[in-house]
Design a protein around this ligand. Structure first.
Ligand code: GDP
Ligand code: MG
Length: 324
């Protein structure tokens, strides 16, 4: 389909042919979730830029630093039936963040609320293996929650290994993967490839939305199930956080006890060593004392012998003189 046809398809997209046609849904929200700085706002800018086909503007306030990044959800209507939503970005992806995402997705669900939410996971090309598990969990849960298989938007198309990233997301079960080099303030020269890719993405969302809404059987029941799911998820997450806290506390206490025990052992060892040294000192002193006494004894005996000898000599001299 050429670009003009794609444009008119998006422009003429509507969901409510009758009172309860399309199950009462008339608007589609394209909700972007993902980590901070992964290009969600720039992607919205790219969509608006392509759609308006005028000058590039920083509508969604894309920012190079975290400070300027999107902190809450803001809606950007594209047509009266198609709205892009920039959600708060996350610094990391864990069960806490996933829980928030599910709660935000759920907040939009209501049969009286005429909108159908679309979960779009926006991620920089090049997924780190450690992130893969949490992303997989997020995609699967979002699919269960929305009844729509998440669409993955890869940004920074030319900066990472695109084939590997696409393969990784296919492994995670993502059906629709779009790769973009976003238009940014620094790089906004219109290219046919980028314009076409954005229009294809929007057209695909429309197709998917029509299919899903037509095939959802009982929106009232599904809504209840989703609400229940989010409640359970949040409850389980809180429980897990609490358990982790208790576990951390136990580990800390154990570490403190081990340190105390080690200190006590060290003190005992020092005491034992000191006693040993004192005993050795005592033995040494006693030996010296004995040696000293032996020497005194010896000297005394030698003096006696000398005295005896002297007295014998004296006697000899005396007898000698007497009998001469
Ligand atoms: N090279 C390149 N830069 C991008 C791309 N997408 C976003 N950026 C830049 O990355 C930074 C963060 O983008 P931003 O859209 O604010 O991310 P967000 O936090 O997910 O909304 C900005 O400086 C953008 O100009 C892309 O596809 N390619
Ligand atoms: Mg942003």
């Amino acid at each position: 389909m050429d670009m003009d046809k794609l444009r008119s398809k998006i422009k003429s997209f509507t969901l409510s042919p009758g009172e309860n046609g399309r199950q009462g849904f008339s608007r589609v929200l394209i909700q972007l979730f993902g980590l901070l700085g992964h290009g969600k706002s720039s992607f919205i800018n790219s969509c608006l830029y392509v759609w308006e086909d005028g000058d590039y503007k920083n509508w969604a306030e894309s920012a190079a630093s975290n400070e300027g990044c999107t902190m809450n959800r803001l809606a950007y209507p594209l047509t009266s039936h198609l709205t892009l939503v920039d959600n708060r970005g996350y610094a990391k992806l864990g069960s806490y963040e996933s829980g928030e995402i599910f709660a935000q997705l759920d907040a939009g669900y209501h049969p009286d609320n005429d909108q159908a939410d679309f979960f779009i996971h926006s991620v920089k090309t090049g997924v780190h293996p450690t992130e893969a598990d949490e992303i997989k969990h997020l995609l699967h849960t979002a699919a269960k929650l929305t009844g729509i298989y998440p669409i993955v938007v890869l940004t920074y198309k030319t900066s990472g290994s695109l084939t590997d990233t696409i393969a990784a997301f296919r492994d995670m079960g993502a059906e629709k993967i779009f790769a973009f080099e976003n238009y940014t303030l620094e790089d906004c020269d219109k290219t046919r490839g980028r314009h076409e890719e954005v229009l294809k993405f929007l057209s695909e969302v429309i197709e998917e939305a029509i299919f899903q809404i037509d095939h959802s059987r009982d929106p009232e029941r599904e809504m209840k199930e989703r609400k229940q799911f989010v409640l359970n998820y949040v409850h389980e997450r809180e429980k897990k956080l609490q358990e982790d806290k208790v576990e951390r506390h136990k580990v800390q206490e154990k570490a403190i006890k081990v340190t105390q025990l080690r200190k006590e052992e060290e003190t005992m060892e020092k005491l034992r060593k000191r006693e040993e040294m004192e005993m050795e000192e005592e033995v040494r002193r006693k030996q010296e004392e004995m040696e000293r006494m032996n020497l005194v004894d010896q000297a005394r005996r030698e003096a006696e012998i000398r005295a005896q000898r002297a007295s014998k000599d004296k006697k000899k001299k005396w007898y000698g003189r007497l009998f001469h």
